[in-house]
Design a protein around this ligand. Sequence first.
Ligand code: ADP
Ligand code: GLC
Length: 493
Amino acid sequence: MRVLEVASEAVPFAKTGGLADVVGALPGALSRLGCDVTLVLPAYRRVFEQGLPIEPTGIEFEVPIGGRRPLARVLRCPVPGSSATALLVANDEFFDRPSLYGGANDYPDNAERFIFFSRAATELACRQSAPFDIIHCHDWQTGLVPAYQKILYRDWPAVANARTVMTIHNLAYQGLFWHWDMLLTGLDWKYFNWQQMEFHEQLNLLKTGIVFADAVSTVSPTYAREIQTPEGGCGLEGLLAARAGVLTGIVNGIDTVAWNPATDPHIPRPFTAADVEEGKYAARVALAARLGHPAPDDRPLVAFVGRLVEQKGVNLVLELLSRLAGTGRAHFMVLGTGDPAAEESLQRAAASFPGTVDVVTHFDEGLAHLVQAAADIVLVPSRFEPCGLTQLYAQRYGAVPVVRATGGLLDTVIDATPEAINDGSATGFVFGPAEAGALVQAVERALDLHANRDRWQQLVRQVMARDWSWDSSGRAYLRVFEETLARAPATIG
Ligand code: ADP
Ligand code: GLC
C-alpha cells in the first residue's frame, strides 16, 4: 500500500508537541507493516538545523495562492529509523522563520502559509510517478488536502483513486480564518457554506478536512466519543456525529527507541525495571546539577512536562503547588512553555519555594527525557486530552502518572485502587473533576503509596511493563486504511 503522510511537524525535523512525536514514528510503524510511506512536511528553518542529510530533488513548481504564484521547492531526506522518505516543501517567504507557527501570537499569515503547504503537498503527490492509495492528513494545517484531492486535483492519475484520511490530534485548534482567505484556496465559493468549509462566517480548515476526507480518526477511543458531544465537540459535534460511521479512535503509540530508559543518551545511567531505583537516583543527581542544586533531596519528585496552556490544567498545577509545596512532602519540577502569564506564575511559585519547586520555561527535549527518568510521579491534570504522550513516556520510565479522567488519559491509565495493584492492572492514579482538590487528593494518594517502598516498587514495575509501542496502533491505522480503500470515496455534495 502506498501511503502519503502530510503533516506540519514530525520528529526529528521539527517539533512543538505530541503531533511531531506521532508523525515522526508513524511512517516507521507503517513501513514495518509493509507500506511504502512518503512523508510531506514544510521545510522550516529549524529542519535545516538538525544535521539531517537533506538533499535537493530538482522538483519545483508554482503554487497558485490567491493572485500570486509562490514557488515550492522540494527537498528530500530519509525518515530516520524507517525506510520511508520525507519530502520537504521549501519556500523561504513562508517557512524560513524562527518558529513553526509564531511565538506568543500566531503568524498573521498562517492561513496563507498552510493553504500554500496543503496545495503544494497535494500537487507534489500528483507529480509522483506511482499512484498513492492513501493520503493521510493531520490537523488543521493539512485540512485542505482532502478537498484539493477531491476537487482541483481529482483528474491527476497519482491521486485520482486515492482515499483520504483526516486525523484529528486536537479539535480545539481548527484553523479558523477570515472568510476572505477563501480566495487564497483557489476553491469555488460554493463550498463556503455551513455544511462544508464555513464555520460561523469564518473559513475552517479542520472542518474542511473532516467533511471532505473519506475517513476520520482521532487519537483515542474516548476522545472519539467526546468530540461528538457539545462538551467536547468545539462546535463540530454535529458534523462529527454525522460522520460517526467512518470515525475511529486509535491511541497513539510511542517511539520506543527514542524513549527507552535502557539506552537513552539524555540520562546518566540507563535502567530497566530491574534497576529502576538506581537509574532514577542517578537521574535525580544529574537533574539537581542541571538546576543548580548541590544534591537531590530524598523526597519524591513530582513533575509536569507540557505546554503551559489551559488544556493541560496548568492552573490546577499552580493550585497544587500552593497547597502542597509548603508541606515538605515532595519536590516539584515543571518543564514547559506557553502562556506568558502561566510561566510567570510558575516562576513566582519557584521563587516562593526555593529548593522545593523548580520551573524551567523553555523547550528542551533532552531535559524532558531526564525529568521523566528522574520523576517518581508525573502530573497530567488536563481539562481535555485527545491522547497525551507524557503519561506514556512516564510509564516507560517508571514514573507513575496522575491523570484526569478524560480522553486518551482514561484509555491509557488504570487507577491504582488496592485491587488493581494486587491484580497487576494498576498503571497510575486517576481523578475525576477538573478541580485542584481532586488533583491534590490523587497526588496525596500517590505520595501515601510511595511511602510504602515495596508496594510502590510493585506499582512501578507494573507501570513499566505496559507496552505502548507502535505495533498495535500501526496495525489499527492499517485496518482503517484498508477499510477506507474498500469503500467508495465520500461524495462531495
Ligand atoms: P501535546 O501534543 O498536546 O502538547 P502530548 O502529551 O501529546 O501533548 O505531547 C507533548 C510532547 O511535547 C511530549 O513529547 C513532551 O515531552 C513534549 N514537551 C512539551 N513541553 C516540552 C518542553 N518544554 N520541553 C521539552 N519537551 C516538551
Ligand atoms: C495533540 C493532543 C495530544 C496528543 C497529540 C498527538 O497535541 O493535544 O493529546 O497526544 O496531539 O496525537
